[in-house]
Structures are given as structure tokens and as C-alpha cells.
Write a protein that binds this ligand. Structure first.
Ligand code: F6R
Length: 241
């Protein structure tokens, strides 16, 4: 794992953006894996800014998001589909048909999981996957205990994750109990991973991810085995290393 220590959230977002733009320029048909949540919001702002300044075009880019809540339609403002349009897709020149998120309201969710994997494979796999990390070590929505050999699947959100994400909803009861997420193996097959992390709150999780035992009880620990991971973290997040 490579570590890039930056000063703060702003710099984390700028550094991540410059790596992504480099990859978009280097690759013929770049495939990006994207995350939601608070962590990548600054990165998406930077990407929009770089697009506006004509430093990058997303015309050749395809994207696959890590996860989506089960039961929320695309129109629901808390859905990750809505988040991606609102925070990134509708502000850049990406072809919406090239953007993919799991469909959390598919009639047959098991089939949706298989289809999502197939779509990633057809695209040639993910070139660069952006990740955040949950306080309990989750990546995507792979909660502690998830099998390291998992592919896209349906999971029960941990009570602590529902609580952490309740800030985006009117109240805790509205936070869905299930989600559809790329599996650990799906994530591990990405050619490159950029894990972004900011703030003291995440320091313990980062330390366990990098220095802790590799265990399904702390999903992010598996990243120690990936050959091309860069952790871009601010001083507060990396303070326990
Ligand atoms: C989001 C995702 C999650 C988040 C994690 C951290 O698509 O897959 O793993 O990256 O929950 O969330 P924030 O960034 O809100 O602290």
C-alpha cells in the first residue's frame, strides 16, 4: 500500500482528482469505480471544476458505483443514483448511458447482482476504484463478516452504518435496512484503488486497515493484499500510523 499524506480534505480531493484525470488521459476507454458518502464530495467538485476549465472530458469514461440502497428509486433524493447525478454526472460531459449503479428496486435482486458483475466484466473491469472507509472497516457496503470471496450481493446494513448514514435522512427509521454492493472480490479485481480518508474520526479504522490483522471481521484489511492501492489521507486520518 502506498500512503500519500496530505494536509486536509481540500488537498485530499485535489490529489485524488489529479490521479483520476491522469488515468482518464492515459487510458483509451477508462472505467472508473465510484463511491458515495461525504468523503468523495470534494473530489467530485474538483472533477467538475476541471471539466469546466476544459482540462478533461468524460466522453470516453464509463463508471460503476460500489453500491445502492435496496428499495430506493432513482428519484429518491437519498438514493445513490440521485447523489451521483446531483454531485457529478449532470455537471460533466459523461454519457449517462455509460454510468452504472446497481438497481436497488430491481424485481429480481439476485439477478441484478449477477447482471451487475457481467456489466463490469463486459466493460473490461475497473481501472481505478475510488473507496472510502466505514468506521467498522466496511468498503462498499461489505460489513464485518462478509466473505472475502464475495461478488456483488445483497447485504443487511450494520446498525452502526445505518446510524452513521442517518445524517442524510429525516430520521433513522427511514434508512434502508439492506443494500446491494460490489463484493470484496469485485473490489479486489480493480486494477488500481484510491482510498480516500479524512478526519480524526477515521484514524483508528485507517490504522487497523494498514497495520491490523487481515480478517473478514475488518473488511478493509484485505486491501493489504492488493498490489496497487494508494491511500490518500489527511494528517488527522493518518495520525495513528
Ligand atoms: C459509499 C460506500 C461506503 C462509504 C463509507 C464512508 O458508496 O461504499 O463504503 O465510502 O461508508 O462514508 P463517508 O465517506 O460518508 O464517511
Amino acid at each position: 500500500m502506498q500512503l500519500k499524506t496530505v494536509e486536509n480534505y481540500e488537498e485530499m480531493s485535489r490529489v485524488a482528482c489529479s490521479v483520476i484525470i491522469q488515468r482518464i488521459q492515459q487510458l483509451e476507454n477508462p472505467v472508473l469505480g465510484l463511491a458515495t458518502g461525504s468523503t468523495p464530495e470534494g473530489l467530485y467538485k474538483q472533477m467538475i471544476e476541471q471539466y469546466k476549465q476544459k482540462n478533461v472530458s468524460f466522453e470516453s469514461v464509463r463508471t460503476f458505483n460500489l453500491d445502492e440502497y435496496v428499495g430506493l428509486t432513482k428519484e429518491n433524493e437519498q438514493s445513490y443514483d440521485f447523489y451521483m447525478k446531483d454531485n457529478l454526472f449532470q455537471h460533466i460531459d459523461i454519457d449517462q448511458a455509460n454510468t452504472h449503479l446497481p438497481n436497488g428496486v430491481a424485481a429480481d435482486l439476485d439477478k441484478e447482482c449477477i447482471d451487475y458483475e457481467a456489466r463490469i466484466e463486459q466493460a473490461g473491469g475497473i481501472d481505478v476504484q475510488v473507496l472510502g472507509i466505514g468506521l467498522n472497516g466496511h468498503i462498499g457496503f461489505n460489513e464485518p463478516g462478509t466473505n472475502f470471496s464475495s461478488r456483488t450481493h445483497i447485504i443487511d446494513l450494520a446498525p452502526s452504518t445505518r446510524k452513521a448514514n442517518a445524517r442524510f435522512f429525516e430520521d433513522l427509521a427511514e434508512v434502508p435496512e439492506k443494500a446491494i454492493t460490489m463484493g470484496i472480490e469485485t473490489i479486489m479485481q480493480s486494477k488500481e484503488i484510491l482510498l480516500l480518508v479524512s478526519g480524526e474520526k477515521k484514524a483508528e479504522a485507517v490504522s487497523r486497515m494498514i497495520k491490523g490483522e487481515i480478517s473478514e471481521e475488518f473488511p478493509a484489511s484485505i486491501l493489504q493484499k492488493h498490489p496497487n492501492v494508494t491511500v490518500i489521507g489527511d494528517e488527522a486520518a493518518l495520525s495513528l500510523l
